[in-house]
Design a protein around this ligand. Structure first.
Ligand code: CUA
Length: 287
């Protein structure tokens, strides 16, 4: 849901750099293709008119030397310079994000994303799932880990992909220039539901993000009407609490998504279906 995943439709500085690099490869590639096709057509057309003499052989050697060695070497050198420059800028931005960024731990599981906002004070750590809210215009540091197999974090409009590997923490920074919802996807085959391991990054103006954060710090809203009270009783009785947590209740498990503020999220099942009352009912009845 919510928007595309086009790498050329960059919405943040990291993705812009990747898109620039893509174009820096595309245009020389296109130029080479056109030149080769034109030469091929000329060669086919003129084949019979060229006598096979010494002068022609010398000319052929020159073509091979220039077209086959010098030109490719120059093009590859230019592309290499672009690539190395992008890599250098990328690591500089990564260091910058580490120093002044908000840092968020993302743990991949089959098949969902466990999200914890880091804060020196444990009571200020927000835990959620499959959805990462970030303030715009500020680099965010992601600490990527895996709880089971290899996964890969990829939000194409904001940043390139990076693997989540068991027993290791990989760091990736990202930043969004404009408020918006950016869809992401697990990009490493991780089992039968791999294709359904999506996520969304919600970029908000800083004040809105701060409000969201404060809201997430709170415990779940107390049920008030009889239907909600019955729902809570069913939840606590039926084994849901063996895997899920709802802060403010006795449900404190952490092997499945934290459901404390589930209603504030846009999707269910790691981006698989929209979070509406109907879909939620269907998901509970038959996930
Ligand atoms: Cu997780 Cu593919």
């Amino acid at each position: 849901m919510n928007g595309d995943q086009g790498i050329l439709d960059a919405a943040g500085p990291a993705a812009e750099r990747i898109a620039d690099l893509w174009w820096a490869h595309f245009w020389p590639g296109l130029a080479v293709f056109v030149v080769v096709v034109v030469l091929l057509l000329v060669g086919l057309y003129r084949r019979h008119r060229w006598p096979a003499d010494r002068a022609h052989e010398a000319r052929a050697s020159l073509w091979i030397g220039v077209g086959g060695i010098v030109v490719p070497a120059v093009i590859l050198l230019v592309v290499l310079v672009f690539t190395v420059r992008s890599m250098a800028q990328h690591s500089a931005s990564s260091r910058d994000a580490e120093e002044r960024g908000l840092s968020i731990r993302v743990v991949g599981y089959q098949w969902w994303w466990d999200i914890t906002y880091q804060d020196p004070q444990p009571s200020r750590r927000v835990r959620t799932a499959n959805e990462i809210n970030i303030p715009v215009g500020r680099p965010i540091m992601l600490l990527l880990e895996s709880g089971d197999v290899n996964h890969s974090f990829w939000v194409p409009r904001l940043q390139g992909k990076l693997d989540l590997i068991p027993g290791q923490t990989n760091t990736l920074w990202l930043e969004a220039r404009e408020p918006g919802v950016y869809r992401g996807q697990c990009a490493e085959y991780c089992g039968e539901q791999h294709a359904h391991m999506g996520l969304v990054v919600v970029a908000q103006p800083p004040e809105e993000f701060d409000r969201w954060y404060e809201g997430q710090l709170g415990t779940a809203a107390e049920p008030t009407d009889s239907a909600a009270l019955l729902g809570q009783a069913v939840f606590m009785r039926s084994g849901c609490a063996v895997c899920h947590a709802v802060r403010g209740t006795d449900a404190m498990a952490s092997v499945a998504p934290d459901l404390t503020h589930l209603a504030s999220r846009q999707t269910l099942g790691a981006g698989t279906i929209p979070n509406t009352r109907g879909y939620l009912g269907g998901w509970i009845a038959n996930p």
